[in-house]
Design a protein around this ligand. Structure first.
Ligand code: THG
Length: 283
């Protein structure tokens, strides 16, 4: 299944049969003091460089999350979407729980962006799906509802079905919905990663859709998070996740390695290409 996305000049397909999609996560002030200061100060050059560097490193899409308490999110979102879409030509992933911020971003973004996200709560389905239909774009559906992130696999499967069914009622085709089964920290539930891997497999088998994951939640609260993130990424891709929101600087090579080992990189082209481009950047 393919999801068509467009940036200012580039068309990109998230593809269940293709190489794994990397959505660069770095434009997100959570835990990033330098970005937070830059957003507060209106230092747009810092944000522009983050977008350009992520794409140069292999990001297929750039996620934009500018939720900062005290700042006007719709206005900031519109500004940052304009800056990033002038700086890079790839499609944008608009990351906000704020409906007004999503609306502002959709208005400012070129092409066919990816909304991040809708979830199975009524308020979200009723507000976000009409925007997806009106703007003719794609959306990530989180398997979460009024009760929060389900711990079990069956509820995640049911919520994925609910989101897809509701989208089809708005005449949004299945291929424009990418399901995110979410992962919780293994430090608080040692089966959290295993359950998400199971959910990825079952959702793919049942609905055939693309699966997205924000891979770094898994390692929260543990030492050497990078090792856990790398291992989890490989397992998630093997289980059927084909789209990951992550740090391209630290995880792009692991993603290319995993695709190669799963037989999805003819003549090791993408793996070697990424390795070479990193070497030429370092020298
Ligand atoms: N699913 C979907 N969207 C998502 C998530 C998901 N969006 C947000 C998040 N999860 C993915 N994005 C991030 C962004 C940053 C970090 C983690 C996930 C992060 N930041 C560093 C930290 O907190 O230590 C700071 C990084 C820095 O200094 O640059 O970990 O699951 N659909």
């Amino acid at each position: 299944m393919q999801t068509k996305l467009e940036g200012r000049t580039k068309t990109y397909f998230v593809d269940t049969e293709g190489p794994t999609t990397l959505i660069g996560e770095k434009i997100n002030p959570t835990g990033n003091k330098r970005l937070l200061a830059a957003l507060k100060a209106g230092d747009h050059e810092f944000v522009r460089a983050l977008a350009v560097d992520q794409v140069a490193t292999g990001a297929d899409l750039v996620d934009i999350n500018v939720g900062v308490p005290g700042l006007n999110e719709p206005e900031l979102m519109e500004n940052i979407v304009k800056i990033v879409s002038e700086a890079v030509d790839v499609p944008l992933c608009i990351d906000s729980p704020n409906f007004e911020a999503l609306k502002a971003a959709l208005f400012a973004a070129p092409g066919r962006p990816l909304i991040n996200s809708v979830n199975a709560e009524e308020a979200s389905l009723e507000r976000v799906l009409p925007m997806v239909k009106d703007r003719d774009c794609a959306v990530i559906g989180l398997t979460i509802d009024e009760k929060g992130i389900p711990k079990d696999v069956d509820t995640r499967l049911r919520l994925a079905g609910k989101i897809l069914e509701r989208a089809s009622r708005y005449n949004i085709p299945t291929e424009d919905v990418i399901i995110d089964p979410l992962v919780l920290a293994v430090s608080t539930d040692h089966e959290a990663a295993a359950k998400t891997l199971d959910a990825i497999q079952q959702i793919r088998a049942e609905f055939g859709v693309s699966i997205n994951l924000g891979a770094s939640n898994v390692s929260f609260g543990l030492p050497d998070r990078h090792t856990l993130n790398q291992s989890f990424m490989a397992l998630a891709i093997a289980a059927g996740a084909n789209c990951l929101i992550t740090d391209p600087f630290r995880l792009c090579l692991t993603m290319r390695a995993t695709d190669l080992l799963l037989g999805r990189d003819a003549f090791s082209g993408r793996y070697i290409g990424h390795y070479r481009s990193m070497q030429s950047r370092d020298s």
